[in-house]
Design a protein. Structure first.
Length: 300
């Protein structure tokens, strides 16, 4: 019986899953098992999982998939990840050690974006800060980094399969009524930004805000209040409001890239300040115009 059971829901993850599984093979702590709950992948996901020695079970949407994985898990601790994260080499050793030292049954940790954009780093810092500030009064944890003892998971009945979105928050909320959620200080994980790129950063924040308001006012989300797909990361949302938000996002990213270019030029001794400042001015004007259009659309 391993100490840790790692449970990962998957659907067509041949691109990202090998990165996670490779980082797991490098762990300094070795007393674990890996369970892939696959929702019917059409690519090489299952073959890749088996190649790395993972146990594969039939899954489904993230909540049911995680439950199917947990049903065959034998570890004392359940570590839930998503396929598009990867871990530092000492992650399992640090996370388990801190949970045992602090007598924790429920925990999460810092998550960092696989991105060099300052915009992404700021968004993730705010997300981490929100989790830290709310861990005692309004506990939340992302499904890609939930760590829970098997006894507590079974006590609350696992993920509620009637919940269609934010099943991770629902689990943590119910579990925290028995044992408090705590934020680990000893480690972190890195997650891809593919969801941000698919949905659009600001459009995704708008969706999350809508979900959070439902959670606070009506409880668990058991109906489709927003569009949120499991997989299908090649498709794009074509709504007009999303395009406005994406335009805003695009201009902010362009502004950051221009700043980085300017900074690099200064460091290398090049004097292109005037041209760069003019470019910044044009980009800022575009951002201002985008905000105006956004508010106009909202008022309409």
């Amino acid at each position: 019986m391993p100490k840790i059971s790692i449970v990962i829901p998957s659907l067509n993850e041949e691109k990202f899953l090998p990165i996670l599984l490779e980082s797991i093979t490098k762990q300094t702590f070795k007393d674990f098992e890996v369970i892939i709950a696959d929702a019917g992948s059409k690519d090489n996901t299952v073959e890749i999982a088996k190649k790395f020695g993972a146990k594969v079970v039939a899954g489904g949407m993230p909540g049911p998939g995680r439950n199917r994985g947990a049903e065959v898990a034998t570890g004392e601790f359940l570590f839930f990840f998503d396929s598009d994260v990867f871990l530092p080499d000492n992650f399992l050793e640090s996370a388990l050690g801190e949970m045992q030292e602090r007598f924790l049954d429920l925990a999460t940790c810092e998550f960092k974006p696989q991105s060099d954009l300052q915009l992404d780093k700021v968004m993730f810092k705010l997300a981490n800060l929100t989790v830290k500030l709310n861990q005692s009064i309004n506990p939340r944890a992302a499904g890609f980094c939930i760590f829970i003892t098997r006894r507590l998971f079974e006590r609350v009945g696992g993920f509620d399969e009637a919940v269609v979105i934010a099943e991770d928050h629902d689990l943590v909320d119910r579990a925290s009524k028995f044992r408090p959620l705590r934020f680990l200080n000893s480690t972190y994980l890195t997650v891809s930004i593919r969801r941000l790129e698919k949905e659009g950063r600001f459009a995704l924040l708008e969706k999350y805000f809508h979900v959070e308001m439902h959670l606070l006012t009506k409880g668990s989300v058991k109906e489709d209040i927003i569009e949120y797909e499991f997989g299908n990361f090649g498709t794009e949302d074509k709504r007009i409001s999303k395009k406005i938000l994406d335009d805003l996002e695009k201009n902010i990213i362009q502004l950051e890239e221009k700043y980085n270019q300017f900074s690099d030029n200064v460091k290398s001794g090049l004097n292109e300040m005037q041209a760069t400042q003019e470019s910044w001015k044009n980009t800022l004007n575009h951002i201002t115009s985008t905000f105006q259009n956004l508010f106009k659309k909202k008022s309409d």
